[in-house]
Design a protein around this ligand. Structure first.
Ligand code: ADP
Length: 185
């Protein structure tokens, strides 16, 4: 599913983010930046040790990456040019600023990608695995935040949400339709 947002395109695909041919792949990392399970593990496995070396250097120079922020590294053996590592919130019921933190993770990632000159950016569904954020709620935050950012940015870019399973893809399709039909976010 593809939707035009100003000059830009927002797309939903089902797949493995490590196989995407885009300028920037976003990783749902944790604050330690030392790798982990889920999409983080897959990116480091496929990308090879160069990504972890970059993460370690960032840790040494700047410390951990707090939730809602994002850092950029090389992409090792991945087809992308860079990986943006962002840290989403751990779901604690929704009353602890989770949606603001998730929106910030998307915006900061887009900013790092823009600074690197990226035209195409792939996101996983941040926080909806080990971090426990309900997929439908996370999808709404993700889609509204990215759509609003693309409108404000004004340059031509493509953002792809890469959903790992059919259910996540279905939920994102439904939310994207609602956001598009409900007018501009
Ligand atoms: P978090 O800790 O932010 O919740 P996870 O990696 O546990 O991150 O999960 C985030 C989402 O990424 C989940 O929907 C999970 O199914 C999905 N995912 C896992 N592996 C991949 C992959 N290789 N490509 C795209 N999405 C993936």
């Amino acid at each position: 599913m593809n939707v035009k947002i100003g000059k830009s395109t927002l797309a939903l695909v089902r797949g493995d983010i490590t196989e995407q041919e885009v300028d920037v792949i976003v990783n749902a990392a944790n604050s330690g930046l030392m790798g982990g399970g889920g999409v983080d593990g897959a990116i480091h496995r496929v990308g090879g040790p160069a990504i972890l070396e970059d993460c370690k250097r960032i840790r040494r120079e700047r410390g951990t990456c707090p939730p809602g922020e994002a850092v950029i590294t090389g992409a090792g053996r991945l087809k992308a040019r860079h990986v943006v590592h962002t840290v989403g919130p751990i779901w604690e019921g929704g009353g602890r600023g989770e949606s603001d933190c998730l929106a910030s993770a998307y915006r900061q990632s887009l900013l790092r990608a823009k600074e690197a000159g990226a035209r195409s950016i792939a996101f996983p569904s941040i926080s909806t695995g080990a971090f426990g954020y309900p997929v439908a709620d996370a999808a709404r935050v993700a889609i509204e935040t990215v759509a609003a950012w693309l409108r404000g940015d004004g340059e031509e870019r493509k953002v792809v949400f890469v959903l790992y399973d059919e259910r996540s893809l279905d939920v994102h399709r439904r939310v994207l339709r609602e956001v598009v039909q409900g007018g501009s976010p």
